[in-house]
Each structure stands twice: as structure tokens, then as C-alpha cells.
Design a protein around this ligand. Structure first.
Ligand code: BG6
Length: 486
């Protein structure tokens, strides 16, 4: 159904995220009739551009990043007419703000207004101060904060404080695009709409869990940001901990935003702290070296950064996390992410405990559920079946497989589509509450601290591999193996 009329104002509108994700996201929903005719998409950034010049960039973004099947030149042309641009230095206290103010008349206050901050987070506070100073904040205004929310607990608190001076918590939408992925939301359906799943979802039946977000891309043009951040801050502190919460949380009292977020928060608070020497046992950090990936040679991280670079930044992380609740006691959650890995895949592997039966000629292997978050969204349940070539009851593995795109025969929406419209709707269910950000930083910080003292030395891996040996060894110590080796 259609959302209310709105003005979406993007700070950081010439950046990669706006071009690759935000503009295509609104286009898709416009094409599908969910966006009312009088909406505006207003880009702001420091570059001096006319509306026309910015529209050209937006058109190019559509032709570059919208899949051919859904690209309709007529619709695109109509969509582009709703795009405007104001050259603006958001942190500046005067001057360029007039360019944005000029685009608003009192009548525009009747529409929903969303300010989407996709700039460096140290500007968030000043931008919000200016939004307030220039009276751009109406009763129907929300502010969306892109990650990263801070660099550590202290800076996260500072950002939350400074934004909180001008916006109430229910008007602040902290985005984590992993929650916008349909397959991440489907964890609710999978777990709580299927009693047979719900019944096996605990330490009694589950041996261990792997949560992987592997990428083939390197740091691309984002070196200066990434080198300060690293994989832990870029992917684990936010996306993968959120996914873990969705896997591990108890059933929420309702699907109301606070009930869901309360349950996620309980998981974050129940994470066993990894401190001191435990950092060495429970974490692996590594950086990619030259290698061979997607049929070509790939450069090392340092070469990707530029000439004569040195860096101790990790581009790969595995953390062995434990959740101290009755449901999960003793079940390791191996959470890993890396750049320049063998292939692009985000997935969850639930490894069930082996049967102890002696009924068969050989011991049955463990059942395993693979939840493919992306690509090829779907599920595979790997079970033991009778081997039809055997005249005894020998066993062999067979897969129950579902691909959601085939099953539902639909376009799988990008995460940003749902999230951008939810901000217009004022629905915070898939956004992160302040206490969740803080709890996540509290758990991550001692690990980063241990790394800065070199308690876990920085390992290496070849581009195109599945990561460093150290990560295999860590699992092997518990008799566990990674999915690709199963
Ligand atoms: C972003 C990170 O939040 O997520 C990027 O900053 C990463 O480094 C991206 O590439 C991965 O998202 P997705 O949806 O492609 O898995």
C-alpha cells in the first residue's frame, strides 16, 4: 500500500550508498506504486551541483544499479523529476543552509519529513543542531542514522547524546541494513511459526552455530574509512550481532518494536564477555594478502590502500561467542566476516547434535540447517537418508532445499527499500534502539582492547581463500569444522 507523502532529505547524497542503494530503493517502490506523486528526494552534499546535474547522476545510478528486468526508462524519467539538490555543508552553522531552506515552504510541513544522515558520524550532532536551529524539524520528522554509530562505546554515547538533544528516541531510526534483509526477518517465521523448529532450537539439540558474512570485494574506494574501522567495527558490532540476536532471542511477546528489541537486548547482555587472555582463545583477526580470486590475481590489502602503506587493520574476523542463557549454555556461536574471501555469501549454519543410535551399519552424521541470507535466498536442511544403492540400511546425506525466489516467484527486494519506507511510516521495528548499540559496543570493546595489546596477533590469509588457518584451528579444538569443509 502507499505510504504518506514525504520529503526525504539525504546528507551525503553524492556518496556511494546513496547512488547504489538509496536512489534505486525509492525507484523500485515508486515503480511498484507505493510512493505518492508529491514526494521529493532531496540530495545534499558539499559539491556545488545544480538540480539538473544531480539528476544526471541519479539517472546514471538507476541505469547502473537497477537490474535490467526492472529498469523502465519512462518510469525512471518520471521518478527523476522528484529529485532535487541543495549544496550544503551540514556541519557549517550558517551560509549554505539557506540552499536547503529555499526548498521548503510552510505547506511542506504537512508531509512526513525524513532526514537521512549518511555522512561521517562525527557530523551527526552538528547536523541535528542545525536542523533544529533552522526549524526544519516538524512533528512528523524522523532522523535516520547510518552506521557506524561511533567508534567505541564512548563515541557512540556522544553521538546518541548529541542527536538526542534534538530528537526523541522514537524519532531516531538507527539503520542496520541486515535487519532489512527479508531472510533475516524470516528468522522470526522460521523459528516461531514452525513448532518443529521451535522445539529443537536449543542447546539440547544444537551442537554449534556459524554465522558468516563473506565478501569477495576488497576495500574498493573506502580505504580511509575502512582502515580506521576494520571488520569488527564495520560488520560484527552491528550486522552480525543483530543477526545473532535474531537467531538466539526468546520469542518476543508481540511483533511490536519494543518487544522485539527487548528480546534482542537480552541476548546482547547475556553474551559472555571476552576479556584478557580469553581474547586469544576466542578471536581470530587477519588481513588479506595477494591471492587468486574470481579467476584473476588480487592485490593485498596494503596494496589496495595505496603505495607504501602499513596497517594492522583486520579485514577478517572470527569470534567464538557464547550466550549465557539456559537455552544456549555451552553452544558456540562462530561469527565470521571477511573481505576478499572465496565467494560472496551470508548464511547461518545450525549444526545439530549427532544421533547416538547404533541401529545402522555406520553412525549417522549430524543434521544441519543452512539458512541462506544471500544470495540464492533460501534454506537447505541436510538430513540422513537411506542410501538406495545399499542393500543394508546404509545412510547417506540428502538435502531438502527451498529457494525463496523460485518458491514465491517474486523480485527479492533490497533491504533498503523496506527500511527507507519504514522510516516514512514511523515504524521502528527493524531499527536499532540506543541501548542495543551500547550493549553491542560493551561486548566488542574488550576484544578490540585485547587486539590493540596484540593478545591475538594479526594473522594473514590469501585473497580468494576462506580465511586464515587460525580460524580452522580454533574450530578444530572443539571438534568443529567450517561449512565449506563439511
Ligand atoms: C556495510 C559495510 O555495512 O555492509 C560494508 O560497511 C559491507 O563494508 C556491506 O561491504 C555488506 O553488505 P551486504 O548487504 O552486501 O552483505
Amino acid at each position: 500500500s502507499q505510504v504518506e507523502p514525504f520529503d526525504y532529505v539525504i546528507f551525503g547524497a553524492t556518496g556511494d550508498l546513496t547512488m547504489r542503494k538509496l536512489i534505486p530503493a525509492i525507484y523500485h517502490r515508486f515503480r511498484e506504486g507505493q510512493i505518492p506523486d508529491n514526494f521529493r528526494f532531496i540530495g545534499t552534499a558539499r559539491s556545488q551541483l545544480t538540480h539538473e546535474e544531480y539528476r544526471e547522476r541519479a539517472s546514471k545510478a538507476l541505469s547502473d544499479f537497477v537490474n535490467r528486468t526492472y529498469y523502465d526508462a519512462k518510469v525512471a524519467a518520471k521518478f527523476i523529476e522528484h529529485i532535487f539538490y541543495a549544496s550544503l555543508n551540514g556541519a557549517e552553522e550558517s551560509g549554505s543552509w539557506q540552499n536547503l531552506l529555499d526548498l521548503f515552504t510552510p505547506k511542506d510541513a504537512e508531509k512526513v519529513r525524513v532526514f537521512y544522515l549518511a555522512t561521517s558520524p562525527n557530523l551527526f550532532g552538528q547536523i541535528c543542531a542545525n536542523l533544529s536551529k533552522y526549524k526544519l524539524v516538524t512533528d512528523n520528522t524522523r532522523v535516520v542514522l547510518e552506521k557506524p554509530i561511533g567508534y567505541d562505546l564512548q563515541t557512540a554515547n556522544e553521538i546518541n547524546e548529541s542527536v538526542g538533544k534534538y530528537f526523541k528516541e522514537d524519532a531516531i531510526f538507527r539503520i542496520d541494513h541486515y535487519l532489512g534483509k527479508e531472510t533475516v526477518q524470516d528468522l522470526l517465521g522460521l523459528r516461531f511459526a514452525n513448532p518443529f523448529m521451535e522445539n529443537v532450537w536449543s542447546a539440547e539439540n544444537i551442537d554449534y552455530i556459524q554465522i558468516t558474512a563473506a565478501e569477495t570485494v576488497g576495500v574498493e574506494g573506502r580505504g580511509p574509512y575502512y582502515d580506521k574501522s576494520g571488520a569488527m567495527r564495520d560488520m560484527i558490532q552491528n550486522h552480525l550481532l543483530q543477526v545473532m540476536c535474531m537467531v538466539a532471542m526468546e520469542k518476543p511477546a508481540s511483533l511490536n518494536a519494543n518487544d522485539l528489541r527487548n528480546e534482542k537486548l537480552k541476548i546482547l547482555n547475556a553474551l559472555v564477555p571476552i576479556t584478557g587472555q580469553k581474547v586469544a582463545e576466542n578471536t581470530v583477526r587477519a588481513q588479506y594478502q595477494r591471492g587468486f580470486l574470481e579467476e584473476t590475481t588480487a592485490r593485498s590489502y596494503l596494496e589496495d590502500l595505496g603505495e607504501n602503506q602499513t596497517s594492522q587493520t583486520e579485514t577478517y574476523v572470527t569470534v567464538k561467542a557464547e550466550i549465557d542463557t539456559p537455552r544456549w549454555k555451552g553452544v558456540p556461536f562462530y561469527i565470521r566476516t571477511g573481505k576478499r574471501l572465496h565467494k560472496k555469501v551470508s548464511e547461518i549454519v545450525i549444526q545439530f547434535k549427532e544421533s547416538s543410535t547404533t541401529l545402522f551399519p555406520s553412525k549417522p552424521g549430524p543434521d544441519r540447517l543452512i539458512i541462506r541470507l544471500q544470495p540464492n535466498e533460501g534454506l537447505t536442511l541436510s538430513i540422513m537418508a537411506k542410501d538406495p544403492t545399499s542393500d543394508e540400511v546404509a545412510l547417506r546425506r540428502a538435502n531438502l532445499d527451498v529457494s525463496f525466489t523460485q518458491e514465491f516467484n517474486i523480485r527479492y527486494p533490497d533491504a533498503y527499500e523496506r527500511l527507507m519506507l519504514d522510516a516514512v511510516r514511523g515504524n521502528p521495528i527493524l531499527f536499532i534502539r540506543r541501548d542495543e548499540v551500547e550493549a553491542a559496543w560493551k561486548w566488542v570493546e574488550p576484544i578490540l582492547d585485547g587486539w590493540s595489546k596484540n593478545i591475538t596477533p594479526l594473522a594473514v590469509y590469501s585473497a580468494g581463500s576462506w580465511g586464515p588457518e587460525e580460524a580452522k584451528i580454533m574450530l578444530a579444538k572443539n571438534g568443529h569444522i567450517w561449512h565449506e569443509d563439511m
